[in-house]
Design a protein around this ligand. Structure first.
Ligand code: ADP
Ligand code: AMP
Length: 224
């Protein structure tokens, strides 16, 4: 199973890039945030439990996160390969993923890190509009939809996530950035981390990611 892990702080552009890249790479886009939001909407026990953490900008405990992720990886469409977005977010999650992949004779192929300064993350998250049907993302200024309030891709309604309110954004960054550093260090040690400048326009970041994901680009730019 091919596994690419897209790393970055909340708001770095992981979802935006994953939606542009997954199809081109022949991978299925799997975002734990999307899986949790779907579970919250369907009112499952797991959704109720996870929702309480998400509401206050905290990470959902590893046990629940691993359960929802591994269940998704079991689905037939994931067997060819996945582009993971928003997972792993803790060192324990990264280690659990490594162990599960090792059992299948596989490993994380490459882990691009989209780097964006913290101040810019706040601007991005507070201007983010998300599509109800499939999580497509827009930005009020940087990447507006053609028609205000309507998704370009599927015509569904755009909404602002509750956890994109300024006070929750601050809580998310405060509680998640430390763990991200540990995950980044983990993939640097494994020799699969590739840093990408996420401050550039969306298309430029996509081009850099495609280079990072091509085997030749990887050996040129892979750095700890
Ligand atoms: P993540 O999945 O990492 O939380 P998103 O992909 O949802 O981040 O992007 C967060 C916000 O930033 C969205 O409003 C998106 O439109 C916007 N955005 C994404 N990439 C860029 C970029 N390169 N420049 C400016 N804004 C961006
Ligand atoms: P996201 O859509 O990636 O911004 O995720 C939204 C929220 O879901 C996060 O703020 C966390 O509460 C939760 N979440 C998503 N992925 C994970 C994960 N891998 N580990 C723990 N919590 C997560």
């Amino acid at each position: 199973m091919r596994v690419v892990v897209l790393l970055g702080a909340p708001g770095a552009g992981k979802g935006t890039q994953a939606q542009l890249l997954a199809g081109r790479l022949g991978l299925v886009h799997v975002a734990t945030g999307d899986l949790f939001r779907a579970a919250v909407r369907s009112g499952t026990a797991l959704g109720r439990e996870a929702g309480a953490y998400m509401e206050r900008g905290a990470l959902v405990p590893d046990e629940l996160t691993l359960r929802i992720l591994f269940e998704r990886l079991e689905a037939p469409d994931a067997s060819a390969g996945v582009l993971l977005d928003g997972f792993p977010r803790t060192l324990a999650q990264a280690e659990a993923l490594d162990a599960a992949l090792a059992e299948r004779g596989s490993r994380v192929e490459v882990a691009p890190l989209i780097e964006v300064p913290e101040k810019e993350l706040v601007t991005r998250l507070s201007g983010r509009w998300t599509c109800r049907a499939d999580g497509h993302v827009y930005h009020a200024l940087a990447n507006p939809p053609r028609l205000a309030g309507v998704c370009d891709v599927d015509g569904s309604e755009l909404y602002q996530r509750d956890d994109d309110r300024p006070e929750t954004v601050r809580a998310r960054l405060a509680s998640q950035l430390g763990a991200l550093t540990e995950v980044v260090d983990h993939y640097a040690r494994a020799g699969v981390l590739v840093r990408v400048d996420g401050r550039r326009p969306i298309e430029a970041v996509t081009a850099d990611l495609l280079t990072a994901l091509a085997p030749a680009g990887r050996s040129r730019s892979a750095v700890g």
